[in-house]
Design a protein around this ligand. Structure first.
Ligand code: HT7
Ligand code: ZN
Length: 883
């Protein structure tokens, strides 16, 4: 397989102006005709024109209406090359034949539940027709779609519907035209039996936009929340960024077979059904929140991705990091900012940090790839969003908005780079961002350490920072990064002290705002070692550092246990209150893991339980915040902090702690469940979700007690629940303990919901993630369940992804978990290489475990590598994991 490098980027030899497509959809084959206006980048030049194609059957190729002779072009399984095109602008007509019915890769044109749909990002358009399949080729498209009217009554593509009508032989057609230039990865087509929920959004300039959400008829009632989310997103983008939708129609289609969450095709977003369909009975609060976020995300791409797109795929974070940041902000504004931040930081720590510390570590802007599909990663998306967030932290909301305005002013209609975004932010604010660009090119999570000291005589408080960026594959030596550190200093009453100035490099710098003191400031840490000294600090403060998690780093401080308890109780920055609790919990868990490994008896620090009790019983706190604050760090997070990851010890310790906490706070948890039952209809709003979240965390703690009274309570909750959030939490609590009750209730749940594939996926995931010993056998049985289909990515994600998410079973010492995954990857790769390669990542960090596990995991990776016909996708992840 060929590796592609960022440094080799070259401008294209040819550009395309207009692209007229015609699809003749058939039951066995589809004929695709394209007519492209081509012009050379350099006037007068006519180098060979090389088009990408993937296993296409070429029917004909014409230049300026003349069919080309065999000697004038060359075609193979990956390219069509026109050897000597005419000079100047010319027209190119290509006809290909494709077989969507046989396409299980879910890339290009394929069928999902009988309907045609497309997925072209990153390089799927080449599976439809020969084209320069790269994002810097932006053209205006029209699309004629024709097919059997009874089989495919709905025919959709990008842009405006220009004409539609009947054709002979029971066929009909629709002609679509997109007035905006776009790269081919944003092309979309959908055809099938769908109905729409219709609504209207009036833009702030008074234009009426028709909104349509398309699903099979029976699912339409479940699209109300998605429509709400779409309208809220449209309004938010106008309010916060002044960005208005630019066409008169916006379509969303939900399909059951989709590789990822959704796709932002211009005016025709295609979604995985699970991110559109919701009803209180079938979808949980988490589903509702995910729908809000992803509908927002895809809609926001209309400006950050579509109007301004990427020059090449290395720049993916330009659109994805920025759009994730925008969707995070949108969700924060629609709910609780602190809780959203906690959820986003947890995701970063649990998924991105491990990637950044493993063989697949890559910068936010990767330097090379074999298959671009493998770089739709938590680093590009989530760490990329953190990079965007740092601009905002440094310049404030207004400065950030100025930067965004300049970005659109400069680059609307262009395909650009991460430097262009950086330059817009810098120039709009006349800012000095020092070595900030390193965030795009250096992989690895910086480790920042800070030590503090108070000089009572001089009344100064000093913070000494040091930073280290760990080596990553291909980057053994790192430069220091530019790290914005937001902080405040708490006095002995727990109040933020006023801050006026700070010494840095021996120079006193004012940090007031409008001549007034500030209570929180942002330090710019840019060197390997650096000191900041605050003068006029009248008493020893407790510093609250990295407020709001102002940079994506690992952070270690010399704060004592009592400082952390103090911050947990008083910090005005709610994120750091939560963080203080997590640091305490992590320290405690690590020391218990050491005890466990040395076969010492385990005992829980009573101060920790007391801290949890105070949070749980503090009625002034937001309930969802409480739910987050009393949740222990995940097993992965703790293993990540160990020299040699020990899944059994970490699992034993976390289970011990949960049980112990449940026993000591049993009365409080019971009251919490009692006081937070639903009294009204399901409403998707913060107070209601917060109440349910808290109740469910309490129930989950209680489940660890294996107590008859609690089982009765769980059953009661299960039977009386009126929404999926509470019913599923009760089911999970019951399923926590093996036995007859578990089996019966799981069977009951399946019987009740077997007609709803999205709920069945939850049922698969719950069982797959279980930490019941030897669960791999149960998962193998579920693999053969009639509702499981390896061709459906949601099924794979629930069952196989769910299983790998349970460290204790996936890393079972007998290798049974590894063997199961190895077999699955080989089978999946033949169906859908992108889905398969994402699963291989579970093996990537095999070197983190003990020798026995290393040998077993390595053997599976080698088995995968030796498989005949392995895809490039899987090859890339497996070979990098072994390197
Ligand atoms: N921009 C979209 C990416 C996407 C994708 C990438 C690879 C393979 C399948 C895919 N489906 C969608 C989604 C987004 O981030 O908005
Ligand atoms: Zn995106």
């Amino acid at each position: 397989p060929k590796e592609i490098f960022l440094k080799d980027y070259k401008l294209p030899d040819y550009y395309f102006d207009t692209v007229d497509l015609k699809f003749s959809l058939g039951e066995e084959k589809t004929i695709v005709s394209s007519k492209i206006t081509v012009f050379p980048r350099v006037e007068g030049s006519s180098p060979p024109l090389v088009l990408d194609g993937h296993d296409l059957k070429l029917i004909s190729v014409k230049v300026n209406s003349e069919e080309l002779k065999d000697k004038d072009f060359h075609v193979d399984s990956r390219h069509l090359t026109i050897s000597s095109p005419p000079t100047g602008t010319f027209s190119l007509e290509i006809v290909t034949e494709i077989y969507p019915q046989k396409n299980t890769s879910l890339e290009g044109l394929y069928k999902s539940s009988g309907n045609f749909c497309t997925q072209c990002e990153a390089e799927g358009f080449r599976k439809i027709t020969f084209y320069q399949d790269r994002p810097d080729i932006m053209a205006k498209y029209s699309c004629w779609v024709e097919g059997d009217k009874s089989l495919y009554p709905v025919l959709l593509s990008n842009g405006n519907l220009i004409e539609q009508g009947d054709l002979e032989g029971g066929k009909h057609f629709a002609l679509w035209e997109d007035p905006f230039k776009k790269p081919c990865y944003l092309f979309a087509l959908v055809a099938g039996q769908l109905e729409s929920r219709d609504d209207i959004f009036v833009t702030r300039s008074g234009r009426k936009v028709s909104l349509r959400i398309w699903t099979p008829a029976q699912d339409l009632p479940k699209t109300a929340h998605a429509m709400f989310a779409l309208k809220a997103a449209m309004k938010w983008d106008e309010d916060v960024f002044g960005l208005e939708y630019d066409l008169d129609l916006f379509n969303i289609v939900a399909v059951p077979d989709f590789d990822m969450g959704a796709m932002e095709n211009k005016s025709l977003n295609i979604f995985n059904s699970k991110l559109v369909l919701a009803s209180p009975e079938t979808a949980s609060d988490a589903d509702y929140a995910a729908i809000l976020g992803v509908i927002g995300h895809e809609y926001f791409h209309n400006w950050t991705g579509n109007r301004v797109t990427c020059r090449d795929w290395f720049q993916l974070s330009l659109k994805e990091g920025l759009t994730v940041f925008r969707d995070q902000e949108f969700s924060s504004d629609m709910g609780s900012r602190t809780v959203k931040r906690i959820a986003d930081v947890s995701r970063l720590r649990n998924y991105q940090f491990p990637q950044d510390a493993g063989p697949m570590a890559h910068p936010v802007r990767p330097h090379s790839y074999i298959k671009m599909d493998n770089f739709y990663t938590v680093t590009v998306y989530e760490k990329g969003a953190e990079v965007v967030r740092m601009y905002k932290t440094l310049m404030g909301s207004q400065g950030f908005r100025k930067g965004m305005n300049l970005y659109f002013k400069r680059h609307d209609g262009q395909a650009v780079t991460c430097e262009d975004f950086f330059a817009a932010m810098r120039d709009a604010n006349d800012a000095d961002f020092a070595n900030f660009l390193q965030w795009y090119s250096q992989a690895g999570t910086p480790l920042v350490k800070v030590t503090s000291s108070y000089n009572a005589e001089a009344r100064t408080f000093s913070l000494k920072f040091s930073q280290e960026v760990p080596p990553t594959p291909g980057q053994p030596v790192k430069e220091p990064m530019f790290i914005p550190v937001a902080l405040g200093l708490l006095d002995s009453a727990g109040k933020d002290m006023p801050l006026f100035s700070v010494y840095h490099d021996g120079i006193l710098k004012s940090i007031t705002s409008n001549n007034q003191p500030v209570y929180s400031t942002v330090l710019r840490v840019t060197k390997k070692e650096e000191e900041f000294v605050f003068p006029n600090i009248i008493e020893q403060p407790v510093p609250s550092i990295l407020r709001g998690y102002s940079a994506p780093i690992r952070f270690e401080s010399d704060l004592s246990e009592s400082d952390l308890f103090f911050l947990l109780a008083h910090d005005s920055d709610e994120f750091n209150r939560w963080e203080a609790g997590q640091i305490l919990a992590r320290k405690l868990m690590l020391s218990l893991v050491a005890d466990f490994q040395q076969k010492k008896p385990l005992a829980l620090n009573p101060k920790f339980v007391h801290g949890l009790r105070s949070i749980l019983c503090d009625s002034s706190l937001d309930k969802e915040f409480i739910a987050k604050a009393i949740t222990l760090p995940g097993e992965g997070e703790i293993m990540d902090m160990m020299e040699v990851a020990d899944p059994d010890a970490v699992h034993a310790v976390r289970s011990f702690m949960r049980k112990q906490i449940a026993a000591e706070l049993k009365a409080e948890f019971l009251t919490t469940v009692e006081n937070n039952r639903s009294s009204e209809e399901y409403v998707f709003n913060h107070p209601n979700m917060a109440r349910r979240a808290l109740k469910n965390v309490a129930l989950a703690y209680l489940a660890s007690l294996e107590d008859e009274e609690i089982t009765k309570l769980e059953l009661h909750e299960y039977r009386t629940a009126t929404n999926m959030t509470e019913q599923f939490a009760a089911l999970a609590a019951i399923a926590h303990n093996p036995g007859k009750m578990r089996d019966e209730v799981l069977a009951d749940f399946y019987n009740k919901w077997q007609h709803d594939f999205l709920v069945v996926n939850k049922w698969f995931a719950l069982q797959a993630m279980s930490d019941i010993p030897g669960n791999v056998e149960n998962v193998r049985n579920l693999f053969n369940h009639p509702a499981f289909d390896l061709r459906n990515p949601n099924n794979v994600y629930s069952l196989i992804g769910g299983f790998c998410g349970s460290p204790v079973n996936f890393h079972a010492k007998d290798g049974s978990g590894y063997q199961f995954l190895g077999e699955m990857v080989v089978q999946l790769d033949k169906i859908n290489p992108r889905v398969a390669s994402r699963r291989v990542s579970a093996f990537s960090r095999w070197r983190r475990y003990d020798e026995t596990r290393q040998t077993l995991a390595k053997a599976q990776l080698e088995m995968i590598m030796s498989t005949n016909g392995l895809s490039e996708n899987v090859f890339e992840i497996a070979s990098k994991s072994l390197a």
